[in-house]
Design a protein around this ligand. Sequence first.
Ligand SMILES: [Ca+2]
Ligand SMILES: [Ca+2]
Ligand SMILES: [Ca+2]
Ligand SMILES: [Ca+2]
Length: 605
Amino acid sequence: MILKKIIILLSFVQVLNAQNSFPDWAKGLVWYQIFPERFANGDTTNDPAPDKIFPGESAPPNWKITPWTSSWFSQSQWEKNLGGKVRDHINKRRYGGDIQGIIDHLDYLKVLGIKGIYINPVFDAVSLHKYDGSTYHHMDINFGPDPSGDKLLIASETPDDPKTWKWTSADRLFLQLVQEVHKRGMKIIIDGVFNHVGTQFWAFRDLVKNQQNSRFKDWFQVLSFDNPATPQNEFDYKGWWNAKSLPQFNRTKDDLNPGPKQYIFNATKRWMDPNGNGSYSDGIDGWRLDVARDVPLGFWKDWNKLVKSINPKAIIVAELWELSPDFISATGPFDALMNYSFAFAVDKYFIADKKKISTSGFIDRLKEIMKTYPQKNQDVLQNLVDSHDTERLSSMIKNPDREYDREGNEGNPDYDPGKPDKKDYEMQKLIAAFQMTYKGAPMIYYGDEVGMWGADDPHDRNPMVWSNLKYDDEIINESSGFHKGFGIFKVEQNKDVLAFYKKIISVHNSNPALLDGDVKFIYSNDETAVFAFERSDKNERIICVFNTGRNIQDFVIKLNIKKFTWQNLLSGDKGTSVNDENSSAGLKINIPPGSVKIFKINSAE
Ligand SMILES: [Ca+2]
Ligand SMILES: [Ca+2]
Ligand SMILES: [Ca+2]
Ligand SMILES: [Ca+2]
């Protein structure tokens, strides 16, 4: 009897926990993705030096930081000396972006209407993208003000003993960033790359050096140790997708090994409650998890409990490219994912030309996503269209009719890496409007809002275009490695695109029904490629109409109210409609091709 009561009580506590541990703040939140090496160089004194970028090998002669405002496809002298195409050496470039650069531009993001920032990996690492971590408990030394001092400080620790951990100047600057973000009413999440590390990771270096005698020999998937009796090095291990540059953590079928697991847990606590006082206000607001499917599920379940025990409202967003009901459900370990299924649908409908799917096919795809996830999770899915892993949106639009994230680089003879034209940007605006009106949390990849363009990785990781900097023209010719799109293009912020993003984000942020209201499709026409949906909550009805076809369309949407007032939220126009049972009066729509109308409806009965 008592046992039964305890069980009932426990399950009640579990339900309560599930309810209290959901990041309601992220419903409809506008995210902005920052790739830190390329967002802004706020401190040129901390820019990386060759010994950081080329450990254990010789740097290219006369290697230098690449000027922020130089043409992407032009090579510095040190690159030219190496010979080859742009792509052959582009990943050896550094531009010097850092944490100070992000702090300096928080007001820019605030004015844009951004409410949350997702930053690609920030922990110390060799590569430009930092998915090859050298540590999880220190920020990259070149993202902070004192790289050489930080290096000494880090070397004085026993890395697997958190009691010896120190706060470097870069760590402190990051905590200041968190504080500045919170001061502006915004949130911040960072990348957790917990499947694999880089070869400079502290425990892996110990393993390479000490082999069987390393305290960390169980941390990695060692295939064979070096036999000291032979001249060759027999040491071998499993890397992520066989990449030896990315050693994977050792694991059972359902968990990571205890060593790495404990270390990841300690690092997780460090960034979520940095001063360890039991309050999370000084910490990050959540995590984006790299290659989440590759890490054992049992690990994620335990890690979720840890994260939510520190901050019940923290958000956990996974990188999962497919529909993933097994991970995002009432009992799944994640709150949200990078909603690439949304991007696939947008690509096939808004962007595709010859291969454009029908309006009803598009709506079916969106409904399929919704059916996959619980109601509350739908509002926090990160609705993105591009990322650091794909072409930029405007270049995707310029090169339609391919599979998403495929053939977007030099290997495709038809790919045009050049500057998008006015028509492309009009489509980008239409897509941004769909992101900002449809259900979910829209995410913008840095620079899209000012019209930046770029082919697939590495060309989508170009330095942010700021209004106060003067950029060299982008020169694209044969040496780019591409086969078309040659020309000389002016690089500057596209003020028209930026103004539209500001406007549409403000429409999103100022209408609660667009944050977490229900969504219902109320009009769809396969012939004209026009559709409309309604977002509504108990106070508000908003009707969004998109014309993705080639002709202007006139039609009426009946609203089942006798009399109502409407306001066009983009143009500001207002009016009153009276529904007469004997006529076809309703919301009159007159919509040009390639455009959107957003109406706020108020009953006037
Ligand atoms: Ca810098
Ligand atoms: Ca040997
Ligand atoms: Ca704290
Ligand atoms: Ca890609």
